[in-house]
Design a protein. Structure first.
Length: 127
C-alpha cells in the first residue's frame, strides 16, 4: 500500500510541476493548465483512496473539479480576497468558464484511461 501511495504522490507532484510550467510559457494554451489541474485532482484523490475502484475516483474527481469551478460564481468579499492570494489563484481559480468544465472532464477522463491502460500493462508483466 505504501508503495502505491508513493507512486501516486510522485505522479501528483510531477503534474503540479507541469501545470506551473504550462502557465510560464505563452505558447501553451491556457486550457492545458486546466486539463493538468484535473489530472492532478484525480491523482490527489488516488493518494487518499488508493484501492478504491477507478470509476469511484473518476466520479469523485469530477465532482471536486466541478465544485471548485462552480464555486467561482460565489463572489463574497472574503472569497474574492482569498482568490487574490497565490493559494487562492492556483486552487480556486479566477472566474467561471464552461471551457474549464470541458478541460476538467477531458483531464479526469484522460487520467482514468491512462491509469487503466498502465495498470493493465503492469499486471500483464507481473503475471
Amino acid at each position: 500500500m505504501k508503495k502505491t501511495r508513493i507512486y501516486y504522490t510522485l505522479i501528483f507532484l510531477s503534474i503540479i510541476f507541469l501545470g506551473i510550467l504550462s502557465r510560464k510559457f505563452s505558447f501553451i494554451p491556457l486550457w492545458i493548465g486546466d486539463f493538468l489541474y484535473a489530472v492532478m485532482i484525480y491523482f490527489l484523490v488516488r493518494i487518499f483512496l488508493p484501492f478504491k475502484k477507478a470509476i469511484s475516483i473518476f466520479l469523485l474527481s469530477l465532482l471536486i473539479c466541478y465544485t471548485i469551478e462552480f464555486l467561482q460564481l460565489y463572489e463574497e468579499e472574503w472569497m474574492i480576497e482569498l482568490r487574490k492570494t497565490l493559494f487562492g489563484r492556483y486552487v480556486l481559480g479566477q472566474g467561471f468558464l464552461w471551457s474549464d468544465i470541458l478541460a476538467y472532464t477531458f483531464g479526469v477522463f484522460s487520467a482514468f484511461i491512462l491509469e487503466k491502460i498502465t495498470l493493465k500493462i503492469f499486471n500483464r508483466k507481473s503475471a
